[in-house]
Design a protein around this ligand. Structure first.
Ligand SMILES: C[S@@+](CC[C@H](N)C(=O)[O-])C[C@H]1O[C@@H](n2cnc3c(N)ncnc32)[C@H](O)[C@@H]1O
Length: 282
């Protein structure tokens, strides 16, 4: 099961109160949402993954909760239509992004996110994207090399692109790809497939573009004094948030991101790479 990351920090920034409205833009398994509902706040949550949305319907029975299936890039329009039907949702106190994947998505082999489990080379968080297999079979060597360099921050991108293109029609599963990389690249501290899987996943789901659009939408939704909290899990995402906050000169932003406590990292290894940035909208 997914364990929510940096919940104490999120709650101490939001300090949700009865009647206030929060948007959880990354419902996942609803960990953060449930804490806000327990504080008697109203929550509008969204997720691009239909499994997460179904999980919300199956587990949360509260008239202070609304779930919608959408992308960060659709958040403003979706919120507008919710607020048009439910006027109490028109003033939003805070928006939360806890980006990336939930543990449930990673551990489901059929989704193809993990090279530790054999499954189809899929990696789609939603249902409309093109799969990782599509990219592997259709991108040119140069396109693949650029993608692996930019989104995986992998220096051996050309070598890897070459390997993939020469074997592309034998690569059907996560194990096929992980084995190919492990066999042909010297092993280091991390598995040879780590950065390639990260790059493919980011490309399949347009994760960086989505994050940027999500932040823009959140700032359109929040009024002056509204709170924006973003938890990221790798440097490419954190850089986007940091630069966005800087560009939009939000009223309050700490220069350095907040990291999880040692205790949280001991209890939840997934938290170790988390970084939280927050801002007050002017
Ligand atoms: C780390 S999980 C969130 C976990 C959640 N905070 C909890 O405590 O259970 C991230 C979730 O965000 C969703 N997600 C990622 N990118 C998205 C996007 N662009 N639009 C909507 N949902 C997105 C994923 O499908 C996933 O369910």
């Amino acid at each position: 099961m997914h364990i929510s990351v940096m919940s104490n920090e999120v709650m101490s920034i939001f300090k949700p109160k009865k009647g206030e409205v929060f948007i959880d833009a990354t419902f996942g398994r609803g960990g953060h949402t449930k804490l806000m509902l327990n504080a008697q706040a109203n929550v509008m949550a969204v997720d691009r993954d239909i499994d997460a949305v179904q999980y919300a319907y199956d587990t949360i029975f509260s008239n202070q909760f609304i779930i919608r299936h959408c992308l960060f890039s659709e958040l403003y329009d979706v919120w507008k239509s919710v607020a048009a039907q439910n006027s109490q949702y028109s003033k939003v106190t805070g928006v939360l992004f806890d980006v990336g994947l939930s543990s449930n998505q990673i551990s489901d082999a059929s989704r193809g996110f993990s090279f530790m489990k054999d499954g189809p080379l899929d990696m789609r968080m939603g249902c409309n994207e093109r799969s990782a297999l599509h990219i592997i079979q259709n991108y040119s060597k140069l396109e693949l090399a650029n993608l692996i360099y930019r989104y995986g921050e992998e220096g051996r991108s050309r070598l890897i692109a070459n390997l993939i293109v020469n074997n592309r029609f034998n690569l059907k599963t996560t194990k096929n790809l992980a084995d190919l990389l492990a066999k042909n690249l010297p092993s280091g501290k991390i598995h040879a497939a780590t950065k390639v899987f990260q790059a493919l996943r980011i490309a399949v789901n347009n994760e960086l573009g989505e994050l940027e659009n999500g932040l823009i939408n959140a700032c359109r939704i929040l009024q002056r004094g509204g709170l924006l909290v973003v938890i990221t899990f790798h440097s490419l995402e954190d850089r986007i948030v940091k630069q966005f906050f800087k560009r939009h000169s939000l009223a309050y932003t700490k220069k350095l991101p907040i990291s999880p406590s040692k205790q949280e990292i001991l209890q939840n290894r997934r938290a170790r790479s988390a970084k939280l940035r927050w801002a007050i909208v002017t």
